[in-house]
Design a protein around this ligand. Structure first.
Ligand SMILES: [Zn+2]
Length: 204
């Protein structure tokens, strides 16, 4: 594992500013990356220190009473479930054929934050159609490897894309399908005929 998310992305995650599906990808990477776990802890601590330096704000005199009133009759939240991190934990749905050598397993449909989460599985040596994005893209390699204009990504590596990026990822011939967890915001900007065919089918 040599390619990590940017500091800006780790900071945004720590501050709770990333789309939740981007955070799923980050957490799956951090589960196997002590370096990024340490960075995220630093970012949280820096955020806490900044908060501690803020001047206290005056609250309404009845704030505490209203908080207790709001709690009366509230259903307690269920304990949070640990986020799925491994391929076996994530890949519980169905693989959809989208093109020769390419399959997609939608994990989370586009929500109000305009983000979606998918697993994509590409046969060794297969090239995806060249495309860009109108939003951001966070990719974690779970198995195999791929390469594009920005370099090579192997299992555990994270690739980041933004509207500036136009790329044509290719699964490297590693003997294994390349499987990636991908969170995207915005839309695909498709160039080739295949991309234009795939786009309406999978709604990306
Ligand atoms: Zn890392």
């Amino acid at each position: 594992m040599t390619r990590h998310p940017s500091e800006a992305t780790l900071l945004a995650h720590a501050a709770g500013h990333l789309p939740p599906t981007h955070s799923v990808v980050l957490r799956a990477h951090m589960a196997q990356c002590p370096h990024c776990r340490a960075q995220a802890t630093l970012a949280r601590e820096a955020g806490g220190a900044l908060l501690a330096e803020l001047a206290p704000a005056a609250m309404a005199p009845d704030a505490l009473a209203r908080a207790f009133a709001g709690l009366d009759g509230a259903t307690p939240l269920p304990p949070p479930r640990p986020a799925p991190r491994t391929l076996a934990e994530l890949a519980t749905g169905r693989w959809w054929w989208i093109a020769p050598g390419m399959r997609l397993m939608p994990l989370q449909r586009r929500g109000t934050d305009d983000a979606r989460l998918d697993l994509i599985r590409v046969a060794p040596g297969m090239k995806l159609p060249a495309h860009g994005h109108t939003g951001t893209e966070l990719t974690l390699v779970l198995q195999g490897a791929f390469g594009d204009e920005t370099g090579e990504y192997h299992a555990g590596d994270v690739a980041e894309g933004d509207p500036e990026l136009d790329h044509q990822p290719e699964a490297l011939p590693m003997g294994q399908d390349c499987i990636c967890l991908i969170s995207t915001t915005g839309r695909l900007r498709a160039h080739g005929w295949l991309a234009r065919l795939v786009q309406p089918l999978v709604g990306v």
